[in-house]
Design a protein around this ligand. Structure first.
Ligand code: GLU
Length: 416
């Protein structure tokens, strides 16, 4: 983990900041510093060479005041429980910021999907699903893709769950392949919302989007979709990075070409016509819009002073620590926080679930229209709060989220 920052400690700090500023009921704030339920499983898998390997998996069900648990499943070697807890907490705030009727959850398996075969990943996914079977469900907890998982992973989960239950249950997961009930637009939804937020932010500060220089950290599903969407809006992608390195081209990088190059070689590093620069320099590059789309804690007190971007739209979950966020706010950088900027993913997941429950199909135009509308409304709500409180967009987003959670809890009351 970057700089050894524990993301769950950062979540609790963030709740404290907001609780003071917005006078949140202390019993509500206290409960929101604790996940409701944690499931840890040891998953035995026969590897292709016949060896048995035991993987650790988690599902953290954080909060369900506003609806069923909802959140992705991450496959990554650095997955750890406090990280999954933080990610589950962020899902709780994210679904509240964009006002969709879900709570928050997250899952993870400590593994390196890049070094595993497709059959190993299938066995791992199916066994994990069977082990968390009792706690998930279409009205209980609805998983989705995250780092290291995709629509194929969701298809295996759907099939395992449906096979055990004895009938087809597409609404058990979102982010499925389209012909299995996946929604149009789900794959690019997270990136599209990051781009929409950058566009609205540009408008607020009077930055012309056409020709605006963009740097993207991390070139996975979200990094690529954001670069593509921003490019279509007229921006120029001048720098990209992934785990291997960082590339720069002031004349502009074609997001599609970069993706094809990465598919072929495993990295964007070495793309024709681009200069190679040290990995960590990406965040400090002279650009207008910076998109952190890698893992948590990449923008900290140690590097936030060096950031030159005017706008940061967060594709990753938790890329900026609360302290760094404060400094960036004082410096006048317009930061659109993760719980707003990347909420397009879970928003279209919600659309997918609604379509599944109604046995319905919406067109791409319909999905994108609804997404656009919800992102604009949520952005404006958060922005109004931030102006009113003279606080960062992150603090404002948390205030909005916590206020909605507080209202839900105070109406529900405490059982028993
Ligand atoms: N993993 C994504 C996120 O962090 C999507 C979650 C979902 O669609 O449920 O927001």
């Amino acid at each position: 983990m970057y700089d050894n920052v524990n993301p769950f400690e950062e979540v609790k700090k963030q709740i404290n900041i907001v609780r003071e500023k917005a006078d949140i009921d202390s019993t509500v704030a206290d409960q929101l510093k604790h996940p409701r339920q944690i499931i840890t499983v040891s998953i035995p898998i026969k590897m292709d060479n016949d060896d048995l390997k035991i993987f650790t998996g988690y599902r953290v069900q954080y909060n369900m005041w506003r609806g069923p648990y909802k959140g992705g499943i991450r496959y990554h070697p650095s997955v750890e429980l406090d990280e999954v807890k933080a990610l589950a907490a962020w899902m709780t705030f994210k679904t509240s910021v964009v006002d969709i009727p879900y709570g928050g959850a997250k899952g993870g398996i400590v593994c390196d999907p890049k070094t595993m075969s497709c059959t190993e990943l299938e066995r791992l996914t199916r066994r994990y699903t069977s082990m968390i079977m009792d706690v998930i469900g279409p009205f209980k907890d609805v998983p989705a893709p995250d780092v290291g998982t995709d629509s194929q992973t969701m298809a295996w989960i759907m099939d395992t769950y449906s096979s055990i239950k004895g009938y087809s249950i597409p609404e058990i997961v979102t982010g499925k392949p389209i012909n299995l009930g996946g929604s149009q637009g789900r794959e690019g939804a997270t990136g599209l919302s990051v781009a929409i937020c950058a566009r609205i932010a540009a408008n607020k500060i009077g930055l012309k989007l056409s020709g605006a220089r963009v740097a993207v950290q991390g070139y996975g599903k979200v990094g690529y979709a954001t670069a593509k969407s921003l490019n279509e809006m007229g921006c120029k992608i001048i720098a990209l990075s992934d785990t291997k390195g960082c590339i720069v081209n002031q004349k502009g990088i074609d997001p599609q070409k970069a993706k094809e190059f990465k598919n072929k070689t495993g990295s964007i590093y070495g793309l024709e016509g681009c200069n190679k620069i040290p990995l960590n320099d990406l965040l400090e590059i002279d650009c207008d819009i910076l998109v952190p789309a890698a893992l948590e804690n990449s923008i900290t007190e140690n590097n936030c002073d060096k950031i030159k971007a005017k706008i940061i739209s967060e594709g990753a979950n938790g890329p900026t620590t609360p302290k760094a966020d404060e400094t960036l706010f004082e410096k006048g950088v317009f930061v659109v926080p993760d719980v707003l900027a990347n909420a397009g993913g879970v928003t279209v997941s919600y659309f997918e679930w609604v379509q599944n429950l109604n046995r319905d199909r919406w067109s791409l135009a319909e999905v994108n229209k609804r997404l656009e509308e919800r992102m604009i409304n949520s952005f404006e709500e958060v922005h109004a709060f931030s102006e009113q409180m003279n606080a960062s967009m992150r603090t404002a987003a948390y205030v909005l989220a916590l206020k909605r959670l507080e209202e839900a809890h105070l109406k529900l009351g405490l059982f028993p």
